[in-house]
Design a binder for this molecule. Structure first.
Ligand SMILES: [Zn+2]
Length: 289
């Protein structure tokens, strides 16, 4: 088993200087898995229409509430949307895009790409890109793998598709520039981690594999405030993994709103994954103005 692909495990981490004296970059990223959250769990949930309808809560109830809240702060977010969900909810995708938010790649059927070849994955990316382009005109430029599965060929594939960021790795607090064949490429990693994934706190299911523990919005807020304060002191970044079907409940959207206010008051640069990646690349001279 190959444990690491890093030859030098003490790689010097150069941190970007964030714009306008901001202390930290924060990306509010929503994974709009909707029903695919349940169809890909492989635990028989497909037979339970009520479980599927929990997924529907995301585009139907969660997203409108979230969009309204984001507007009150005038901040832009990234929505990672599987192609099949975009096809089912084109109006939701158009509205997300119309309000200035970014859409990122998140599979077609939220497939986990466990055994896929490079060619198969290329086809899936092409398909999802076409769907989003047809619905709202956006060109996908960033990759968050459903299930977080990445292969040896993934970086090459992202570059070939003209993507400028990936949100998959978890080995540093980020951001960092990816290397291919020993050379830096214009692809920024904007890492995520379970600590910033709402499902660590608000995901409940009594179908196998069961998950019973829920944290209150107040507890989530406390954890995220502490993470924010400590990462801001290091001049880092945070990339959230938020699922509208869970975090879109009114108490949790109110909590998110409180968190945004807290972060903005303490020097957060809240931007889309795309704009943060674009900024980092330009700062490193890997992308022209
Ligand atoms: Zn997902």
């Amino acid at each position: 088993m190959k444990i690491t692909n890093e030859k030098d495990q003490f790689v010097k981490q150069e941190l970007p200087v964030w714009p306008d004296g901001k202390r930290i970059a924060v990306m509010l990223a929503f994974d709009l898995d909707a029903e695919t959250m349940w169809t890909t769990r492989g635990d028989g949930n497909l037979d339970h229409i009520t479980n599927l309808s929990r997924g529907t809560y995301g585009p139907k109830q969660g997203v409108p509430r979230i969009l309204k809240m984001l507007d009150t702060w005038n901040v832009k977010a990234t929505f990672f949307i599987p192609g099949i969900i975009a096809e089912q909810y084109p109006e939701v995708v158009r509205e997300i895009s119309r309000r200035g938010h970014e859409i990122g790649f998140h599979g077609y059927e939220h497939e986990e790409f466990t055994t896929t070849t490079k060619e198969e994955e290329h086809q899936t990316m092409q398909k999802a890109e076409q769907i989003i382009r047809d619905i709202c005109g956006q060109q996908l430029a960033g990759h968050r793998a459903p299930g977080g599965v990445i292969h040896d060929y993934s970086l090459e594939l992202f570059v070939e598709h003209g993507y400028i960021y990936s949100s998959n790795w978890r080995d540093t607090d980020g951001p960092f520039i990816h290397r291919l064949n020993g050379k830096e490429v214009p692809l920024v990693e904007l890492p995520k981690d379970s600590i910033f994934d709402d499902t660590a706190y608000d995901f409940y299911t009594d179908s196998a594999p069961e998950r019973y523990e829920l944290k209150s919005p107040r507890e989530m807020l406390e954890i995220w405030k502490e993470e924010f304060d400590s990462l801001a002191a290091e001049g880092r970044m945070i990339n959230f993994v938020l699922h509208p079907q869970f975090v879109g409940r009114v108490s949790r959207v109110n909590m998110l709103s409180d968190l945004i206010g807290y972060m903005l008051a303490r020097g957060a640069w809240i931007e889309t994954n795309y704009n943060v990646a674009d900024y980092v690349l330009k700062q490193k001279g890997l992308r022209s103005e």
